[in-house]
Write a protein that binds this ligand. Structure first.
Ligand SMILES: Nc1ncnc2c1ncn2[C@@H]1O[C@H](COP(=O)(O)OP(=O)(O)OP(=O)(O)O)[C@@H](O)[C@H]1O
Ligand SMILES: [Mg+2]
Length: 299
């Protein structure tokens, strides 16, 4: 089967500054793929290349079977991208924005109106449907921006930090929309700073650091990289006061307990399974392969 996204040896440099230095990845049709990385890792840069907005320095990139460098029109016809607030017209109302994009995308007037109504409902903007966008709050504008990328169901949907600045309720709604689209066959490529989002949503997660993918796998596979449980200490107030990594064995747990400097100050202890946060920190903070996390004071 042709991959929905196929990236080989992608390099992007801004002048002498190499941002992506040999990125390789493939995403299967219908897969939800999350790209994680610290600020400045090059996530937006990668999305810009994949959506034909930026010409790479080297490498080949195919999206929906077409080359982004030589078949831009074919690619653009099959994708949608959010993060383009520029697509929102401030002087129009929310419903006008949605209907206009529907019409531009080839829907009939009636279908464009129906779709606008559905999306306003879905993104909790029904009450604001007839207000000009220039009166919207940042979060409302973000929701409208997202709604616009769902007007026509694309073959591949690119979401650059889709839920940044979105309240928790709308975030849940959006996750449901993304899952529904993926179940219906749309490939989703998203970047996120919320590891919980990658964990819940993504079939596969890739961690970008130093211009390359340093690790990739299902959320469960990545969590198994950092492997062991963490001993969590709680103070009198029940708050977490420190955590100590273990290797998952009884001896390791015993050693962790022995390492507690002031047992009198510890009211209770618990064990926590690894999270994607642990994976992310162990792989990106100072680079290199997975290694045990340092004893981390939460304070
Ligand atoms: N047009 C540009 N000209 C020069 N440098 C740029 C340009 N765009 C991005 N960069 C640099 O490239 C690097 C990667 O930026 P990019 O926006 O892709 O990171 P990101 O992973 O999306 O970060 P964030 O998590 O903050 O969104 C950064 O060091 C940034 O300063
Ligand atoms: Mg970015």
């Amino acid at each position: 089967m042709t991959p929905a996204i196929d990236v080989q040896g992608l390099q992007v440099s801004y002048g002498p500054h190499a941002v992506l230095s040999g990125l390789d990845l493939t995403v299967a049709p219908g897969e939800v793929y999350a790209l994680l990385g610290p600020n400045g890792a090059g996530k937006t840069t990668a999305i810009s290349v994949l959506t034909t907005l930026l010409t790479p320095t080297a490498g080949t990139v195919r999206v929906a079977g077409f080359d982004v460098a030589t078949q831009q029109v074919e690619v653009r016809r099959r994708i949608a991208l959010t993060g383009q607030s520029a697509a929102v017209d401030d002087m129009l109302t929310a419903v006008e924005n949605l209907v206009m994009l529907g019409r531009l995308s080839g829907l009939g007037t009636r279908r464009a109106r129906e779709r606008a109504t559905e999306l306003l409902e879905r993104f909790s903007l029904t009450d604001a449907a007839s207000r000009r966008v220039k009166t919207f709050s940042g979060g409302m504008r973000r929701r409208l921006d997202l709604a616009l990328s769902f007007v026509v169901v694309p073959e591949v949907l690119f979401l650059d930090e889709p839920t940044t600045g979105v309240d928790p309720r709308s975030r849940l709604d959006l996750w449901e929309v993304i899952r529904t689209l993926a179940d219906a066959g749309t490939t989703v490529f998203l970047t996120t700073q919320y590891l919980e989002e990658a964990d819940l949503l993504a079939d596969r997660v890739a961690i970008l650091d130093g211009g390359r993918i340093v690790e990739t796998g299902t959320p469960a596979q990545l969590k198994s990289l950092v492997g062991s449980d963490t001993l969590v200490l709680h103070g009198d107030d029940g708050e977490q006061s420190a955590e100590i990594p273990t290797d998952g064995t009884i001896a390791g747990l015993r050693a962790a307990l022995d390492a507690i400097e002031d047992p009198g100050a510890v009211a209770s202890v618990s064990l926590r399974r690894p999270t994607l946060d642990d994976v992310f920190l162990s792989l990106t903070s100072t680079g290199g392969p997975a290694r045990p996390l340092a004893h981390k004071e939460i304070a």
